[in-house]
Design a protein around this ligand. Structure first.
Ligand SMILES: Nc1ncnc2c1ncn2[C@@H]1O[C@H](COP(=O)(O)OP(=O)(O)OP(=O)(O)O)[C@@H](O)[C@H]1O
Ligand SMILES: O=P(O)(O)OC[C@H]1O[C@H](OP(=O)(O)OP(=O)(O)O)[C@H](O)[C@@H]1O
Length: 218
């Protein structure tokens, strides 16, 4: 019986560069586009490849529980969730970074001035860890998007969010105070699949490593 590899892809920003990478690795992925409503794409072969299209924040759950053998997901999501995944390759694309940002009029504040402030974020674990590591006590307000709105409306004094071009901060009159960490997309594996499907997974990982090292993907 031929084996099957299930691969979880993040929809949204990361989908296109991920499909480009898979194409370069000669994996079948015809028809996987951002505007498709289809969530499962299967391709016969040895191994049979089945892709599932998930919200980026759901990829770790599919992989940790073995519903997918492999996943493509941002380091930002991995560090926030802390799930038990085998992180195999830094794919280098999907760059962004976690920052602490404040309204422009507060641009001269020092990190220590943020003690007891209210912090809005989609990444409560990252924010909590960062402030605790710096000896600061803050109130974390968890939101699910449009984080930049919180200080504009007086909901928070500070935000912790991901930034790539910096355009969203600028357009909302916010400035970066501190950069917490960088993030890029990672190829992750379910720990059991990595052992039981090693023969199928390892050549794929090696091909992807070669492509990334060759600088073909940016
Ligand atoms: N400027 C950016 N903004 C958001 N995500 C970015 C950015 N740059 C790179 N990324 C990567 O893309 C991932 C999220 O992509 P995107 O925001 O398109 O997802 P989404 O489909 O909107 O997800 P969701 O609906 O779950 O919020 C992040 O986890 C991160 O790894
Ligand atoms: O620095 P930039 O290139 O402007 O990108 C940063 C923006 O992108 C992300 O939001 P996203 O598009 O994921 O939407 P969200 O606010 O709903 O999470 C992030 O939360 C910022 O708002």
């Amino acid at each position: 019986m031929d084996s099957c590899l299930t691969i979880a892809l993040s929809k949204g920003t990361l989908l296109k560069p991920t499909v480009e990478l898979l194409e370069q690795a000669n994996l079948p992925c015809a028809g996987i586009t951002a505007d498709s409503r289809n969530m499962v794409f299967s391709f016969t072969g040895d191994p049979e490849i089945r892709y599932i299209i998930c919200r980026p924040t759901d990829v770790p759950a599919y992989v940790e529980h073995g519903a997918a053998d492999l996943g493509f997901v941002g380091k930002d999501v991995i560090v926030e969730q802390g799930k038990d995944l085998f992180e195999m390759v830094d794919l280098k694309y999907g760059y962004c970074r976690f920052v602490v940002a404040v309204p422009a009029e507060d641009k001269d504040l020092k990190l220590q001035d943020l003690n007891y402030k209210r912090v809005a974020t989609k990444f409560p674990a990252v924010a909590e860890r960062f402030f605790r590591a710096n000896g600061l006590q803050v109130e974390i307000i968890t939101l699910h998007g449009n984080i930049e709105l919180a200080p504009l409306m007086g909901l928070s004094d500070v935000i912790v969010d991901i930034v790539s071009s910096g355009r969203t901060l600028k357009e909302n009159n916010l400035v970066e105070l501190v950069s917490i960490m960088d993030s890029t997309t990672r190829l992750v594996a379910n720990r059991v699949s990595y052992r039981t499907k090693h023969q199928e997974i390892q050549p794929l990982v090696e091909k992807i490593q070669m492509i990334v090292k060759g600088g073909i993907i940016t």
